[in-house]
Design a protein around this ligand. Sequence first.
Ligand code: GUN
Ligand code: FE
Length: 430
Amino acid sequence: AKQTLLRGRVLTFTAEPQGAEDTSAYEFIEDGALLVADGTILAKGNYGDLAVQAAQAEVIDHRPNILMAGFIDTHLHFPQVQVVASWGSQLLEWLNNYTFPEETRFADASHSAKMAGHFLDLLTSHGTTTAVAYCSVHKASAEAYFNEAAQRNMRMIGGKVLMDRNAPEGLLDTPVSGYDDTKALIAKYHGKGRGLYAVTPRFAITSTPDQMEMAGALVKEHPDCYVQTHLSENHDEIAFTAELYPQARDYLDVYQSYGLLTEKMLLGHSIHLQPREIDALAETKAKPVFCPTSNLFLGSGLFDDAGLRARGITNAIATDIGAGTSYSMLQTLNEGYKVLQLQNQKLHPLRAFHWITRGNAAALGLDDKIGTLEAGTEADIVVLDSRATPAMELRMQRAETLSEELFILQTLGDDRSIAQTYVAGKPMKV
Ligand code: GUN
Ligand code: FE
């Protein structure tokens, strides 16, 4: 097979950095290289050593840019590419006025296919190589999503949303049709190529108890699939959920009582939590997902990262497009840093870059496949230019350490800093 040697400043994480300059948590090779063939990283090391070892490999010189594992976005909505930047509302009004009407358009398979293509192109141009996405209620939207992902050989996770009430007619399934469509999609896409399925009850408000029961059956029948939903994002949402599920002890109990709460569950937002809910998250090892740009945009609230971490909970981080306002995981870190600042919590750049790579991979149980640059893992790699803009170039003139450079990247960087993205070893920018 054809071998490629990517030369650059190699940065990969071996563990979560515990503090400001925890050099034991990462490996940084100033004149480093990655040997890639057949979509896999064969070796990581010094350029000089690998150039001798693989003398026949084609060398692509990315110096002085940084080679890092591709970014992982653990929560976003593919049918919302044309919802991003919709003015003026908080969650429920935003769903009813903008998002639900837009998602009805994904009943059309050709519209779904076109938007799925745009969506995946946007992800890779922003350095994201794996994402966990909600499709629309329509089976065709999930087919379009997985088909387009397979065409690009991307490791993508997703699922058709289950929703059978409190939304427009064109956006409702039924407990039985949602179950049947999900079964068919799992059979067709889960574990096929790089695709993985997530059973996706949208949130408590849009599913009847009957549908939650069917979702519980799906989770029981497919324990290797993910489960994703939204939890405690907004006060009006929480109050409406309590009305719809009067017997539930709290919001999370709606999901827990139907058997959805496992360590494979991703819970978007998880902002306004009761002590019992935090206990249940800690016990089950489910994963709250921090969506900073979305939480600020919809005025939802401040995610308590440190509080949850202190309980041993693993938090993921995500864009939540289209309530989120950027496809960039760098910009997501930028806003996340500020959300934590407002609560006197700190996000060190080493931990930040670990979070959007190995950390999110570990939250998905996939850190043996993606999220690092270790030999034997999948060759999803991002090439980061810390001097992509005049503002970054000027600021970089005063940067002395790797941590400073990373902080400049996460604060000032966006898709302009993505010099290249490799998906399974293949460059996405030509
Ligand atoms: N809760 C239920 N659906 C959605 C959605 O599409 N976006 C956000 N941010 N919250 C939700
Ligand atoms: Fe969301």
